[in-house]
Design a protein around this ligand. Structure first.
Ligand code: ADQ
Length: 474
């Protein structure tokens, strides 16, 4: 176990990268949660006596532990804190506000107080675990106050922050009663990373307007002489890992099985999302259903597979959305399906990576239509799995991924007719066109994987103040 004060690299994130599981014999253990972030930082963690601080996702008291080569330090949250900090301020205030107010954000003073309290707990734990001059990398919207709190406790540290979701334009951010505190919280970092350059610019502009610091391009000059850099680091996936999986015999076999089970239609459309109102699931299913009702597509020949894993079900907006989509799918299948041929094959399950790869291999048209998304990894995973250069991607202009995957069929998810045309065009495109587009997108995804993302963030963080602290070994 890494003892207090011995880690040269500390990752601070809302969740630990493991889930509590019950073994068949009734005992409990941990399972590594799938996700690019763990894959990307694991090698750097090993090389630097790294530890990961986060909430273990359970209300039991958990001691620090070691799991498959990683030291994990749990932060406990009470039931009330889960309600006010996590479901409340993080997911019912910040999440909708940062996603273009697709849903109405709620502002409650008790939620803010819980946010401050929990952020302080994370900062104090990080301060205890970090070695002299260590690097601390704080992640995401749940922990925006941690950089400043940590800097006050440990001015010797090198602190980086990365925001996985969009950072809103000033006009929206301004609504927040605690806007200045959040900006100052982030300014505790030496480097503040965003998915897109536009988000970094929003941040610098807000700092100038609201906090009054001097800025020049991507730099903020603080009165104490420190500079903070804001820059874009578009996140990616373990591209090679996905490709290798997709090439495996088992996955190929499973992809054929899935297609057979769907009745071997000539076109399989696929959507894979967390069940979230930012993802545009409702509008996309409506667009597909209208194409069937219009006679442009036939249920004997085309099917839409929608995987939508329920999430954040304690938050009311998410329960409402789930009911709405459940009803819509029922109506569409009731009106347009035939025996053994539903228009939409709708699944709530969460799948292992192998099953995801098989679904991607089987999909002729992948449909990713969020109203707003920081990046969207599903789009990149689909591309990584299509080593055959086949498969068409329909992608929202408002996903961060659209800045890199320019050869997708880009759509405005608010424009149902536009989405209908794009679905048809992508489904009917000539092979030559599909291959040309996929080849270009594959080059982008395969050359910029999540390891490169983590390396470039940490290298930039080391470069911001080269004279300060130790440097993390790659
Ligand atoms: P998310 O909003 O969760 O992430 P996304 O980037 O698409 O969105 O990542 C979802 C991940 O979950 C993908 O790796 C996907 O394969 C997996 N997944 C989805 N449904 C699944 C299922 N049924 N079974 C198994 N796995 C499933 C946030 C931001 C994004 C940003 C990421 C990373 O909202 O914009 O891209 O963080 O920074």
């Amino acid at each position: 176990m890494a003892n207090s004060g011995s880690a040269d690299l500390v990752i601070v994130a809302n969740r630990l990268p493991v889930d509590r599981v019950t073994n068949p014999d009734g005992s409990s253990g941990w399972r590594r949660s799938p996700g690019g972030l763990v894959t990307a930082v694991e090698p750097v963690m090993r090389a630097n006596d790294g530890i990961w601080i986060g909430w273990p996702g359970t209300d039991e008291d958990v001691e620090p532990f070691h799991d498959q080569g990683m030291d994990l330090v749990p932060i406990a949250l009470s039931e009330l804190e889960i309600e006010e900090f996590y479901e409340g301020f993080a997911n019912a205030t910040l999440w909708p506000l940062y996603h273009d107010v697709v849903a109405k954000p709620e502002f409650h003073r008790e939620w803010w107080d819980a946010y401050v309290r929990v952020n302080r707990r994370f900062a104090e734990q990080a301060a205890k675990c970090a070695a002299e001059g260590a690097t601390v990398w704080v992640h995401d919207y749940q922990l925006q106050l941690v950089p400043q709190m940590l800097r006050e406790l440990r001015p010797d540290l090198r602190i980086g922050f990365f925001l996985h979701i969009p950072f809103p334009p000033a006009e929206l951010f301004q609504q927040l009663p605690w806007r200045r505190q959040l900006l100052e919280g982030l300014l505790g970092a030496d480097l503040v990373g965003f998915q897109l350059p536009g988000a970094a610019q929003n941040f610098v502009r807000l700092v100038r307007q609201r906090v009054g610091h001097k800025t020049h391009r991507d730099l903020v000059y603080l009165p104490d002489g420190r500079t903070v850099r804001a820059a874009a680091f578009p996140i990616s996936i373990d591209a090679e890992g996905f490709e290798t999986l997709a090439r495996s015999e088992e996955v190929e076999k499973r992809a054929t099985e899935i297609r057979d089970a769907l009745g071997n239609p000539s076109k399989v459309f696929l959507g894979v999302d967390r069940l979230d109102y930012t993802k545009g699931i409702y509008a996309r299913l409506r667009a597909f259903a209208e194409l069937i009702a219009d006679g442009e597509l036939d249920v004997e020949d085309a099917v839409f597979v929608q995987v939508a894993t329920p999430s954040r079900e304690e938050v009311e907006q998410y329960r409402i959305l789930r009911d709405e989509i459940d009803r819509l799918v029922g109506r569409i299948n009731g009106d347009l399906g035939r025996i053994g041929r539903p228009a939409i094959s709708y699944l709530h399950s969460s799948y292992p990576r192998e099953e995801m790869a098989a679904l991607y291999r089987c999909a002729d048209v992948m449909v990713v239509t969020p109203y707003r998304d920081g990046m969207n990894l599903v789009a990149k995973e689909y591309v990584a799995c299509r080593f055959d250069n086949r498969g068409a991607l329909v992608l929202s202009e408002f996903a961060g991924a659209a800045e890199e995957l320019r050869q997708a069929w880009l759509v405005n998810p608010y424009d149902i007719n536009g989405m209908k045309s794009a679905l048809l065009e992508a489904g009917r495109a000539e092979d030559k066109d599909v291959v040309r587009r996929m080849k270009a997108m594959r080059k982008q995804v395969m050359e910029n994987d999540v390891a490169a993302w983590a390396d470039s963030f940490l290298a930039e963080l080391a470069a911001v103040r080269p004279d300060h602290g130790k440097t993390v070994r790659p």
